[in-house]
Design a protein around this ligand. Sequence first.
Ligand code: SF4
Length: 58
Amino acid sequence: MANDSRACGTCTYFDNTAEAVGEGECRRYAPRPVSDRRETMWVSVSTTDWCGEYSAAS
Ligand code: SF4
């Protein structure tokens, strides 16, 4: 797979719930705890980011 074909925006784990264009949340893993608050947060990603867990959305 060529690197330029991987992008969060085309990944099955990408959730485009963010209000900002070009941003969203990764749902590959459970939300992460925030160290200074009693809450968790999904990982925010850009549509052009990618990681080694990338899986093309069908
Ligand atoms: S961070 Fe990785 S797993 Fe999450 S949406 Fe982006 S490419 Fe997919």
